[in-house]
Ligand binder design. Structure first.
Ligand code: B16
Ligand code: MG
Length: 218
């Protein structure tokens, strides 16, 4: 059994579904007459669907019944599902397969640690299910990032100690979750935003396999 384990966030790390989340939230926001910009969408990254709607309604200063809330939540998701319906492997972010294949070839266990309840269907669409020993998604997690729960469950399923896990994340909340779990945190995105990450790369094209090899202690 390998000592090290790798955990990947989904949206913004493996695939760019943030653009689809944005379009679906924008559609609902327009319908409700609430201003919603791409900058505001940044605050939704890594945040659960329910929490996103609470934030959106807060911006619009709207107070609604539970049943209305649930119906908007469902509407947003149905819209989002239409976008992801047409996803293919071509939407896997550049050089992600390079890293996944390398780790797979060396039998290093990998997990998915995502806040999304749609993580499994997305992984299926892009053909990446076979890479992961464990898939932990929004359906299994009770405490959202920055709580470390999602990554702790993943480490447990990989049977790797948290301090021997390496997490790839694009959201501030996700980096905080990884740090709180005592894991190595690797930010994918902007250094100015992911200030708490131990390492930051713009994307996977900047990551050399030698670096992965070192992290995996191969
Ligand atoms: P869903 P990640 C997160 O996925 C997204 O970053 C976030 O924008 C989204 O609201 C959340 O999943 C919930 O997604 O509505 O599909 O359950 O980045 O943790 O992979
Ligand atoms: Mg993400």
């Amino acid at each position: 059994m390998h000592r090290k384990g790798f955990i990947f966030d989904l949206d913004g790390v493996i695939v760019d579904t943030a653009k689809y989340h944005y379009l679906a939230w924008k559609h609902l926001a327009d319908e409700l007459g609430i201003l919603f910009t791409k900058e505001q969408n940044e605050q939704f990254k890594g945040v659960s669907r329910k929490r996103c709607l609470e934030i959106l309604l807060g911006w619009g200063e709207l107070k609604v019944s539970q049943s209305q809330f649930n119906s908007w939540l469902a509407e947003k998701n149905e819209d989002y599902l239409q976008y992801i319906e047409t996803m293919t492997a071509s939407e896997i972010l550049p050089d992600v397969p390079k890293v996944l294949n390398f780790l797979k070839e060396h039998n290093v266990p990998m997990a998915l640690g995502s806040a999304s309840k749609n993580a499994r269907p997305i992984l299926k669409k892009v053909g990446l299910i076979p890479y992961f020993t464990s898939i932990v998604d929004g359906t299994q997690v009770t405490k959202a990032k920055p709580d470390p729960e999602v990554f702790m469950i993943a480490a447990g399923e990989l049977k790797v100690m948290p301090q021997h896990c390496i997490v790839f994340e694009d959201a501030q909340a996700g980096i905080e979750a990884a740090n709180r779990a005592g894991m190595t945190s690797i930010g994918i995105g902007k250094k100015e935003i992911l200030t708490e990450a131990q390492y930051v790369f713009k994307d996977f094209t900047e990551i050399e396999l030698n670096f992965i090899k070192e992290l995996a202690e191969l």
